[in-house]
Design a binder for this molecule. Structure first.
Ligand SMILES: *Cc1c(COP(=O)(O)O)cnc(C)c1O
Length: 428
C-alpha cells in the first residue's frame, strides 16, 4: 500500500484488520494483560508470545512419558529419537535451505561457539574476524573468547565496522570495501542478519557473495532475522548460521536454537568439530562403538539427545508459521511496519523528539523500528509502558518497537500511537 494511503485513524486501522488475511492467527496466541486489558505487545523481537497450542504439544509428550516411560524414545506418535526432525521442514522454509542443512539443537551462544570451532580456522597472517560494531554482547564475548582461545588478542584480531560519522547504520558498500581491503588477513566474516539495536537488515546476499569470491567463510547470527525476514541461506552461499527460537519464533523463554550449515560442508567429515553421540551416524548410534562418524549435514554438529519438551513448544509455533505462509507474513510485516513508521513521522513532525534510526527501505529492515530519543527517552518509555504498551528500552536512548505479523493487529499499532502521542505531550 502506498504511504499516502495510510491514515492515523481508528476506523482505518480497524478496516485494515478486517482485510487482513492473517487476522485469525491473533486468536492462536495468549496476549498478556495489564489492569484487566490486553497489552499492546510490540516486543516480539525479545520474547514472542505463547501459542495457545504450545501446552497441548508439550502435554502430548508428557503423556507419552507417563504411559511409555523409556519406550517413548521409539514408540508413541512422535518417537523422541526422531522428534527433532519434525522441525526441519519449517526451519528449512524459514531460512531458505534443504532439510539436511538445518537442525534444531542447544542454544544460540553454544551453537555459535560450536560452529566457530569448525569455521574459524585462523592461521598466522590470516586470523582476523570482520564483524559489525555494537553487536549483541553475547556475540562480542564469543568472538573475544574465540580469538583468545587461538592465541590472538581480540583488539587486534577483531575488526569492527562502524557507521560513517553522524550515521547509525552501515552502508553495504562500506562493508564490502572493508571486506576487500582486509581480505588477505581475514579468517572469518560474521555479522547479524538483522541488527538487534538498530533494526538494520544487512545485505546478506551481497556480503556472502563477496566473501565467497575471496574464499573467506561467512556466517550470520539470525537471532533477529529468523521468522522476521525472508532468508535464502543456501542460494546466498552462506557457510553457517545460527538463531534462537524465543524471539520471532515464539517458542518460549530460552528454548532451542537452530543451526544452518551449507550443503557444500555436508560431507566435509574432516572439518574439525566438537563431537557428541547424537551427531554420530544415526544407523549406528546405539551400537555405542568407538570412533566418531558424523552424520551428513547440519546433524553432524549435534551433541546431545533432544530436549523434547522444548522442541514440542517450538513445533507448536513452527506449525503456525507454515499455516500462515511465509509470503503472507512478509507482506503483512512490511505493511504493518510501514504503517507504524507513517504514524511515528506524523507524531514527530512538530516535535522532533525522536529519530527513527532503522533504515527506511523495507529491504533493509524487518519488523522492528528503533527510535533514538533525543530528550527524556526513559520518561517517554515509562509513560507508554504505563499505558499498556510492551516494548523495550535499550541504553543509552533507544526504544525498540517490534510488531509481529502473526499476532499484532493494526488496531494495536493505532493504540500504540495514541499512547505515544499522549506521552509526547506529557514530557513537553
Ligand atoms: C538474543 C540474542 C542472543 C541470545 O543468545 P542466547 O544464547 O540465546 O542467550 C545472542 N545473539 C543475538 C544477536 C541475539 O539477538
Amino acid at each position: 500500500m502506498p504511504l499516502q494511503a495510510f491514515q492515523y485513524a481508528e476506523s482505518f486501522a480497524l478496516r485494515m484488520d478486517e482485510q487482513d488475511p492473517l487476522r485469525r492467527f491473533r486468536e492462536c496466541f495468549f496476549i498478556p494483560e495489564q489492569n484487566g486489558k490486553p497489552v499492546i505487545y510490540l516486543c516480539g523481537n525479545s520474547l514472542g508470545l505463547q501459542p495457545k497450542q504450545a501446552a497441548n504439544y508439550i502435554q502430548k509428550e508428557l503423556d507419552s512419558w507417563a504411559r511409555l516411560g523409556v519406550e517413548g524414545h521409539f514408540q508413541g506418535e512422535n518417537p523422541w529419537v526422531y522428534y527433532r526432525k519434525r522441525s526441519k521442514h519449517a526451519l528449512a522454509a524459514l531460512v531458505g535451505s534443504s532439510e539436511e542443512e538445518v537442525v534444531a539443537m542447544n542454544q544460540l551462544s553454544t551453537n555459535l561457539h560450536l560452529l566457530l570451532v569448525s569455521f574459524y580456522r585462523p592461521k598466522p597472517g590470516k586470523y582476523k574476524i570482520l564483524t559489525e560494531s555494537g553487536a549483541f554482547p553475547s556475540d562480542q564475548y564469543i568472538l573475544e573468547s574465540q580469538t583468545r582461545f587461538h592465541g590472538y588478542a581480540p583488539h587486534d584480531a577483531i575488526i569492527e565496522l562502524t557507521p560513517r560519522d553522524g550515521k547509525h547504520t552501515l552502508e553495504t558498500d562500506d562493508i564490502l570495501e572493508a571486506l576487500d581491503r582486509h581480505s588477505s588477513e581475514l579468517a572469518l566474516i560474521i555479522m547479524s542478519g538483522v541488527q538487534y539495536y538498530t533494526g538494520q537488515r544487512f545485505d546478506m546476499a551481497r556480503i556472502a557473495a563477496a566473501a565467497q569470491r575471496k574464499g573467506i567463510p561467512v556466517g550470520f547470527d539470525l537471532a533477529h532475522a529468523v521468522g522476521n525476514v525472508p532468508l535464502s541461506l543456501h542460494a546466498w552461499g552462506v557457510d553457517f548460521a545460527t538463531w534462537c527460537s524465543y524471539k520471532y519464533l515464539n517458542s518460549g523463554p530460552g528454548n532451542v536454537s537452530g543451526v544452518f550449515v551449507h550443503q557444500r560442508h555436508a560431507r566435509s567429515f574432516d572439518l574439525p568439530r566438537f563431537a557428541g553421540w547424537w551427531g554420530h551416524e544415526e544407523s549406528e548410534r546405539f551400537q555405542m562403538k568407538k570412533g566418531f562418524k558424523p552424520m551428513p549435514g547440519a546433524d553432524g554438529w549435534l551433541l546431545s539427545n533432544d530436549n523434547v519438551l522444548g522442541l514440542a513448544a517450538h513445533q507448536a509455533s513452527l506449525d503456525l508459521f507454515m499455516e500462515a505462509g511465509l509470503d503472507n507474513l512478509t507482506k503483512k510485516r512490511e505493511q504493518m511496519t510501514g504503517y507504524l513508521e507513517f504514524i511515528l513521522y506524523q507524531l514527530n513532525e512538530r516535535k522532533n523528539v525522536i529519530e527513527i534510526i532503522t533504515p527506511k527501505d523495507p529491504n533493509s529492515r524487518g519488523a522492528q523500528l528503533s527510535l533514538f530519543v533525543h530528550k527524556e527517552g526513559k520518561a517517554l518509555f515509562e509513560k507508554i509502558s504505563e499505558a499498556g504498551v510492551v516494548c523495550d528500552w535499550r541504553e543509552p536512548n533507544v526504544i525498540r518497537i517490534a510488531p509481529a505479523p502473526l499476532y499484532t493487529s493494526y488496531e494495536d499499532i493505532y493504540k500504540f500511537a495514541v499512547a505515544f502521542e499522549k506521552a509526547l505531550h506529557a514530557i513537553d
